[in-house]
Design a protein around this ligand. Structure first.
Ligand code: SF4
Length: 197
C-alpha cells in the first residue's frame, strides 16, 4: 500500500543491477545531456492556471462551479487514487481518495505532490541551459538543435550504445514509455530510472 511506502521510504532496498555504459562517454557530457533531458521533459508541463488564497475555512471550501473527478496518480504503476477538483477544465486542488481500493487514502511523496505538475511555481516552463554557472531560458528551437547536435556527435563518435537515458521519478508512466521508445529507436539498451541509482 502507498501509505506503507511513505513509512518505509528511507529503507526501500535497491536491487543491484548491471548497467552497460561506453567508457568513452565523459561524465561531463552525460551530465549535460541529463540536464537537457530534464529541461525538455519539465517544459512540457502546462501553465499555471489558478491560485486560491483565503482563510482556512475558505481554503477547504470547493471552488465555485468545480467538480470532483476520480483519477489515478500517473507516477507509477500502482495507480493510487486521486480525487481531483476540476474547475473549467483545470485541475485546481487534490484530495486523497479515502475509498480507493488500492491506496485507501494514502500516497507516497510523489503522489502527494502530483498536482504540482500543474500548479507548482517551481516547475520548468521552458528549456533551460546553464551558461557560465547560471541557468538561462532558451527557445525550443535552440534546445532541440543543441541536444540533437550533441546526440549526433555521441552517436558518430561512440555509437548508439554510448547514450544512457535516465528517467525521472516525477515523469508519468506515459512519459517513461516514450523515453523507452526513443531509446529503442535510437538503438541503446541503456535505460534506467532515477530511483534505482
Ligand atoms: S507514485 Fe503515485 S501511484 Fe505510485 S505509489 Fe506513489 S502515489 Fe501511488
Amino acid at each position: 500500500m502507498a501509505q506503507r511506502k511513505i513509512r518505509n521510504s528511507s529503507s526501500v532496498g535497491t536491487k543491484t543491477s548491471r548497467v552497460t555504459l561506453n567508457p568513452k562517454v565523459a561524465r561531463r557530457s552525460f551530465l549535460k545531456l541529463s540536464a537537457a533531458t530534464a529541461a525538455l521533459t519539465g517544459a512540457a508541463m502546462t501553465t499555471r492556471m489558478t491560485a486560491k488564497a483565503a482563510t482556512p475555512a475558505a481554503a477547504k471550501a470547493a471552488y465555485p462551479d468545480s467538480k470532483m473527478v476520480r483519477s489515478v496518480c500517473t507516477h507509477c504503476a500502482v495507480g493510487c487514487g486521486i480525487n481531483a477538483e476540476v474547475r473549467n477544465g483545470v485541475w485546481v486542488r487534490q484530495e486523497v481518495a479515502q475509498d480507493h481500493p488500492v491506496s485507501r487514502g494514502g500516497y507516497c511523496c510523489k503522489g502527494a505532490s502530483a498536482i504540482d505538475m500543474v500548479t507548482s511555481e517551481k516547475r520548468l516552463k521552458n528549456p533551460m541551459k546553464r551558461v557560465n554557472g547560471k541557468w538561462q531560458k532558451i527557445s525550443w528551437d535552440q534546445a532541440m538543435s543543441e541536444v540533437a547536435a550533441k546526440l549526433t556527435a555521441i552517436r558518430e563518435n561512440d555509437g548508439p550504445d554510448a547514450l544512457h537515458l535516465n528517467g525521472s521519478a516525477k515523469v508519468s508512466t506515459e512519459m517513461a514509455y516514450l523515453q523507452r521508445k526513443f531509446a529503442a529507436f535510437w538503438g541503446s539498451n541503456n535505460v534506467d530510472h532515477q530511483a534505482r541509482i
